[in-house]
Design a protein around this ligand. Structure first.
Ligand SMILES: Nc1ncnc2c1ncn2[C@@H]1O[C@H](COP(=O)(O)OP(=O)(O)OP(=O)(O)O)[C@@H](O)[C@H]1O
Length: 622
């Protein structure tokens, strides 16, 4: 295997990510040991609470970090877990006095904490699915506000459902967990689950949706489903964390899970860096240390003869200050921006990569032809595309050219259902693509790139391609191999571990094509793939596209303004102007077409440029 592929090898990247997670867990275990050894019983109590907070914040970050949506609603899940586990585990005698009106089917179970866990999990998953079906429809600020709404609703229900919760009074009699090892193990399990999910198919899908919903949908990912999966897992974990928290406290009220707790958890997540699992762990540790230090100052302290007064609320203020400082100076959090270099962990993975199998051959393409027929679309009276028909057969690169605003990108958007067509169809093997849900286009082996780069900026180059291969329905193993194949084909192996937004421009353009090809399309729609490239990069891209057409026999629709590039690649060119198809044929036929010449250089200048060879030459002649 080529050396570049060693760097890209998925096992190596995953191992490096796991190393980071283990490092964070090492810091957690080290802090727990330090607290207990140095501060005795007090330190142990802080360590127990810290471990429960790690579980809760990791649960929160499973949703927030992967979707990019901040949730204020996880206190609702924690309350559900605490009250349910409390009811199921409470001694029967105590329960009769604390909750005399509890319905019979819930009363007197006296389960152990672990015995109650399956019921807590089940209730949590059901509640998360129910609430997620609404929240997963939303993104950004509206989603965040909806989660706040959820918190408020559940808090109000907890206050009014006295027979279950004792209302706003203290809910007591919950068996207490004091075992540090138990909560530490729970925190470690949460971290590992969150890491496994993050690297899983669904974790990658939802992170792709977070970075660019349109591009993810074009690859075949259903955004709502991806967000719902993240919410359900995150909510279920939060319910368990809430149960743990309840058993640590032993007595609590609805206020214990309200804004104060939610704010503290959001601060911990943001301070550490919400986009990484390790960030959640580090954030909890940093904020716990801060909280406990400030709490000691809150009651007033004498330092070197100077007596500081008692300042009520200093701990909360310190959280506010911490979040402001992080947002100003390190928006990605304390460890959120940690970037894998191309050389990380090479020794171990060099051995793994040497056992890698040969990359799989692309799925064969037979006679698939994309047939656009009578496509039209107007935007508020502007006719962007009017009655356009043409074919993109397999094994041919078909050019689509025209001046700015001619309707080329709109045409691609109509074929891929980014826009609904007013009239017309785009058929492949007898199936009309128009009207299909956007994420189903890839089922018919049609992939695309975008005019303006639409990479998943928070994912590495490797993950960008991997997610496309997974979304096309490949198994993990095959998707890994396909991703390696495409990175190699576009000379991107050595930068596979770099986040897409840190790549140079030319590499990003190539990566977008590699991502589309990882879906093994029969038809590939490329919208200005050479835009912004220098002549050497453009020639290199042309060579690669020619090789791909020859090796894979796929059909390519190529939009570009660089007519030299188009003429070199395309045996057939379609020309549009003002939304209409004005010419179609071989490059020679198109070149000599008066309507094309006029579209490119304007009626008055046709005569002046008549001697030039190509529309581009003619344009240059002006
Ligand atoms: N979403 C939209 N809303 C309103 N008008 C739009 C929209 N998309 C495209 N248009 C309009 O449709 C026309 C065709 O635009 P389109 O982007 O398809 O042209 P193009 O040939 O791809 O141009 P360029 O080469 O500059 O990318 C333009 O007048 C444009 O303003």
């Amino acid at each position: 295997m080529a050396d570049a592929a060693l760097f890209a090898h998925p096992a190596r990247l995953r191992a490096a990510n796991w190393l980071r997670t283990f490092a964070a867990l090492g810091v957690l275990i080290g802090t727990v040991a330090f607290l207990t050894l140095v501060f005795g019983r007090t330190g142990e109590r802080i360590a127990v609470l810290m471990c429960v907070n790690v579980s809760a914040v990791v649960a929160l970050a499973v949703f927030c970090g992967n979707t990019g949506i901040v949730s204020f609603g996880h206190g609702a899940f924690m309350a559900l877990g605490a009250y349910l586990s409390g009811i199921l585990t409470m001694p029967a005698g105590l329960q009769r006095s604390a909750l005399p009106e509890l319905p019979g089917w819930l009363a007197g179970h006296e389960l152990s904490v672990l015995g109650a866990l399956p019921f807590v999990l089940l209730a949590g998953a059901g509640f998360a699915l129910l609430t997620g079906s609404a929240i997963s429809r939303l993104v950004g600020a509206s989603a965040a506000i909806a989660t706040l709404g959820l918190l408020i609703i559940v808090h109000s229900i907890a206050v009014s459902a006295r027979e279950f919760t004792r209302g706003s009074q203290t809910f007591y009699g919950v068996p207490r967990i004091t075992d540090l090892t138990f909560v530490l193990m729970a925190a470690i399990v949460f971290v590992i689950l969150a890491r496994v999910y993050r690297e899983s198919r669904w974790g990658l899908f939802v992170r792709a949706v977070r970075d660019d919903e349109d591009a993810a949908t074009a690859l075949g990912i259903a955004p709502r489903r991806a967000r719902l999966a993240a919410w359900t897992l995150s909510g279920t974990l939060a319910v368990v964390a809430g149960a743990l928290y309840g058993h640590i406290l032993g007595a609590f009220s609805p206020a214990s899970f309200y804004l104060g707790l939610v704010f503290a958890h959001v601060v911990m997540m943001i301070v550490g860096g919400m986009s990484s699992v390790g960030g959640a762990v580090v954030g909890v540790i940093a904020v716990t240390i801060l909280q406990n230090t400030v709490r000691n100052l809150e009651g007033g302290i004498t330092l070197g003869g100077v007596t500081l007064p008692e300042v009520f609320g200093l701990t909360t203020v310190s959280l506010g200050v911490a979040i402001l400082l992080v947002i100003w100076f390190r928006p990605q959090g304390l460890v959120g921006g940690f970037e894998l270099g191309p050389g990380a962990g090479a020794g171990l993975l060099r051995r793994i990569a040497s056992r890698a199998t040969e990359p799989p051959a692309p799925r064969p393409v037979s006679t698939e032809t994309l047939k656009a027929r009578g496509l039209s679309r107007a935007f508020a009276g502007v006719k962007a595309v009017t009655d356009v028909s043409f074919d993109v057969p397999a094994g041919r690169i078909t050019g689509l050219i025209g001046p700015n605003g001619a309707g080329k990108s709109t045409l691609v958007n109509l074929i891929t259902c980014q826009y609904d067509a007013d009239t017309g169809s785009a058929e492949i093997e007898g199936v009309d693509l128009t009207g299909l849900p956007r994420h189903r286009i890839i089922d018919h082996r049609v992939a695309r790139s975008f005019q303006n780069l639409r990479l998943f900026s928070g994912l590495t180059a490797f993950e960008n391609v991997l997610v496309a291969a997974l979304a096309a329905g490949n198994s993990r193993q095959r998707a890994n191999a396909i991703a390696l194949r495409e990175l190699e084909a576009f000379d991107l192996g050595s930068i596979a571990a770099i986040r897409a937004d840190n790549l140079p421009y030319g590499a990003r353009k190539r990566l977008e094509i590699a991502r589309a090809l990882a879906q093994d399309p029969a038809i590939l729609l490329l919208d200005e793939p050479a835009a912004g490239m220098n002549p050497a990069e453009t020639d290199d891209l042309a060579d690669r596209l020619i090789r791909i057409r020859e090796d894979r026999r796929i059909g390519i629709l190529l939009i570009d303004h660089d007519l030299r590039f188009v003429n070199r690649l395309c045996s057939h060119i379609v020309v549009m102007n003002r939304g209409e198809k004005i010419a179609e044929g071989t490059p020679e036929e198109v070149r000599g077409n008066p309507q094309v010449i006029e579209a490119y250089i304007g009626r008055g200048r046709v005569a002046r440029a008549a001697d030039a060879q190509t529309p581009q030459d003619q344009a240059l002649a002006n």
